[in-house]
Design a protein around this ligand. Structure first.
Ligand code: NAD
Ligand code: 89Y
Length: 355
């Protein structure tokens, strides 16, 4: 039996979060990162040295990278402003693409990237990793296994006062903050667990005067299948116990309920079968650290999913096309918060959320 050749990838963007991508790639069979690209020479050099990428395979610009290296895919971990140019460049070179979230700042950019990859015949996955967190996967398995019957109500809650702007200073400068940066993940988890959304209303608040955008957001969503969910996110929640970066989840169903509580404790209650408590703490990989290890493990999981999809010729769960739905909800949340009205969600893409 012959094994499939190892996929050749390049990492574009060698900043704060890309270090997690690179550690995870090392742990995944079936793909190697053979080249790096970053427009910042210091970051390029430091990351190249840390991950043993020869100087000849370190590039300051993506066009040179793509015309020099023979690649199967690129993994883009730059901030949003550069995504469209980089994705279109990769598509033009017929190279498959992973792109970090937020995929695009505008719906026009998102649609253009999806179209460019479709026309080039390349796969496009948005690095929407939160649904790949070990506890979130356990919640989805419990629902699929009938543990609570048909879900009709959910609350997904991310409340913290962790200073994310220290390692990601750009987050303090944007006109938009928590919905676009973090809420986008929680919205995606809500779609993953309860399906696509028909209407949404939202409020936003800015509590921390040192940031420009909103740091508190509360969303009420009516899902197409009839469920209702509340998504509440805050970076201004000073709690007795800091839970960053845990998403807490409660879901009520026709036969019972589930709760994902602090420290990855999942309680399943069935009205006839009783109560079961499951420890869903993610693995702490040798390269990971607390409190980030839950997110770091999900990076490994989504990248492994990407390799499986390329090998099997399947569309990834959070393809660019799928992410148009998540982005439509982000836009709807800001529109609702600005108008004070509930918003009917407009999205022109077919659903592939897996829910
Ligand atoms: P960063 O600023 O630390 O790193 C981005 C890097 O990209 C920089 O080194 C910069 O020089 C480089 N870069 C920018 N444009 C480029 C271009 N055109 N060509 C080559 N290099 C370019 O940012 P970060 O904190 O690492 O965040 C990167 C992305 O990751 C953001 O979109 C952020 O939202 C996302 N992120 C995701 C998660 C998650 O869990 N999915 C967590 C944190 C950050
Ligand atoms: O950028 C964000 C993300 O995607 O996950 C957490 C984060 O790093 C800060 O909100």
């Amino acid at each position: 039996m012959t094994s499939a050749p190892t996929l050749r990838g390049a990492q574009i963007g060698c900043g704060f979060f890309a270090q997690n991508h690179l550690h995870a790639w090392r742990q995944i069979d079936g793909a190697d990162i053979v080249a790096l690209c970053d427009s910042d020479p210091a970051r390029l050099a430091a990351t190249g040295a840390a991950f043993d990428i020869a100087e000849a395979r370190r590039f300051a610009d993506a066009a040179t990278l793509l015309s020099t290296e023979a690649l199967d895919f690129v993994d883009i971990a730059t901030t949003v402003d550069s995504h469209r140019a980089l994705v279109e460049l990769a598509a033009a070179r017929r190279v498959h693409v992973i792109c970090q979230k937020p995929f695009a700042a505008t719906s026009a950019d998102a649609h253009a990237m999806v179209q460019a990859c479709d026309e080039a015949g390349v796969r496009l996955m948005v690095h929407e990793n939160f649904r790949w967190q070990t506890p979130v996967q356990a919640v989805r398995r419990a629902i699929d296994g009938g543990a609570i019957g048909t879900p009709h109500w959910g609350r997904l809650s991310f409340r913290s006062a962790y200073d994310v702007c220290r390692t990601q200073p750009y987050l303090a400068k944007g006109a938009r903050f928590i919905i676009e940066d973090l809420g986008i993940h929680i919205i995606d988890i809500a779609r993953f667990l309860l399906g696509d959304v028909a209407t949404l209303s939202a409020t936003i608040q800015r509590v921390n005067p040192r940031i420009r955008g909103e740091d508190v957001a509360t969303l009420l969503m009516c899902h197409q299948g009839g469920a209702t969910s509340v998504v509440d996110c805050s970076y201004a929640a000073h709690r007795e116990k800091e839970l960053f970066p845990q998403t807490l989840i409660e879901i009520d169903g026709s036969e019972g309920s589930l709760k994902l509580e602090a420290d990855y404790r999942l309680t399943l209650h069935h009205r006839h079968r009783g109560t079961q408590v499951i420890d869903c703490e993610p693995p702490l990989h040798p390269w990971a650290e607390r409190p980030w290890f839950n997110i770091q493990d999900s990076v490994l999981n989504i990248q492994a999913h990407w390799v499986d999809c390329l090998r099997q010729g399947r569309e990834p769960q959070t393809s660019g096309r799928d992410n148009l739905h998540t982005l439509a909800l982000v836009e709807a949340a800001y529109a609702s918060a600005a108008s004070g009205q509930a918003v009917r969600v407009m999205s022109s893409a077919p659903s592939a959320s897996g829910a």
